[in-house]
Design a protein around this ligand. Structure first.
Ligand SMILES: [Zn+2]
Length: 354
């Protein structure tokens, strides 16, 4: 009976306040540089606005959460970093802390409809709403933290609205911005934020971490580490079945540009995506794999050019590389993924090896 009661009690408590399932994870392989920023955050001496920069999947979110927890964690024993285990730290990890405000793009159709968020840009209304919340006192006293995920996707009006907070952030208020492409931020914004770069991980660290988390077969692990180029997020992605399929498509494209059917291939890339954001993810992943493969082959040609034979075929590879970069920019400009991929592949055929 008492065991049953305990179970029920736990269940009731869980219903009242869901126990955060996510743990706060320290960032990997960032060394003394990040440690210095974190120590400043513990002492509430962090600059009032910091932009965390790094490639896709490089661990920017982990760094942001660690900094946010360092600002908010009340533990007096841990001066070098957040304690990682207290209620505050766990709520930061689960994005449930009342003094932590996070602005994101729409994550699913519900966000899209009910909150009127966009899948592509951060809107001015989101910035204004967050500024409103920042005018209230911290609920638990230590600090107020505003995290802007994908801050480089803020529409111009949103960036202009944010300037007010960047100029007068208020006492113990900290803005943590995340950006893969900080050059998309307006100069007026950039000049008011301090930059923190996430360092790429060494291949050995990357291999160990991918093995620990998803244990792929050895040859897939090796391929994942090569594709990841120092980014754990990309390495974990590269180990998934869907990416292996997309990678096969990339190899097929490069093997048969003469017989390539652009529309059919674009559709194959997007197959199985039931939402626009999934289409976008798959298109981005395909272009990333294509670029990685072109780079690898381009390097191969450069290596053979170093021998006694010239490499007359270097040109198509570089112009294909340009096509994939242009396609990635087109996706950012909200052009539909199928159209972007088709145009890119048509370009491949037009500039093929003939
Ligand atoms: Zn803590």
């Amino acid at each position: 009976v008492s065991a049953h009661w305990q179970r029920e009690g736990k269940r009731a408590a869980a219903a009242a306040e869901p126990a955060p399932a996510v743990r706060l994870a320290p960032p990997l392989g960032q060394g003394v540089l990040l440690a210095a920023w974190v120590a400043r955050a513990r002492a509430l001496r962090l600059p009032h606005a910091v932009v965390v920069e790094g490639a896709r999947g490089s661990g920017k979110t982990t760094v942001l959460q660690w900094l946010a927890a360092a600002l908010l964690c009340p533990s007096e024993l841990d001066t070098e970093g957040p304690c990682g285990v207290c209620r505050t730290c766990l709520r930061v990890a689960a994005d449930l802390h009342p003094d932590l405000h996070v602005i994101t793009r729409a994550q699913d159709e519900d966000d899209h409809k009910q909150e009127k968020k966009s899948f592509y840009v951060l809107k001015v209304g989101q910035i204004r709403a967050a500024q409103d919340r920042l005018t209230r006192s911290p609920v638990e006293g230590r600090a107020r933290v505003l995290v802007i995920a994908d801050a480089d996707t803020m529409e111009e009006e949103a960036q202009n609205a944010l300037l007010k907070t960047l100029e007068e952030p208020g006492r113990d208020t900290f803005l943590l911005l995340e950006a893969a492409r900080p050059e998309q931020l307006l100069p007026t914004v950039r000049s008011r934020v301090q930059r923190l770069r996430v360092l790429p991980l060494a291949d050995a660290v990357l291999a160990e971490e991918i093995r620990r988390r998803i244990a792929p077969p050895p040859q897939r692990l090796e391929a994942a580490v090569a594709l990841a180029a120092g980014s754990l997020g990309l390495g974990l992605l590269a180990g998934t079945e869907r990416v292996v399929q997309l990678h096969d498509l990339v190899r097929a494209v490069l093997a048969t540009t003469q017989g390539l059917r652009p529309v059919a291939t674009a559709r194959a890339v997007l197959a199985g995506a039931d939402e626009r954001r999934h289409e976008l993810e798959q298109a981005r992943t395909f272009l990333w794999l294509l670029r990685a493969e072109l780079r690898a082959q381009g390097y191969g040609l450069a290596a053979s050019a170093a021998g006694s034979y010239p490499a007359p075929q270097t040109e198509p590879w570089t112009s294909w590389l340009e096509l994939t970069l242009a396609a990635e920019r087109d996706l950012d400009l909200l052009i539909p993924p199928e159209q972007v991929l088709t145009a890119c592949l048509v370009g491949f055929v037009a500039r093929g090896l003939g």
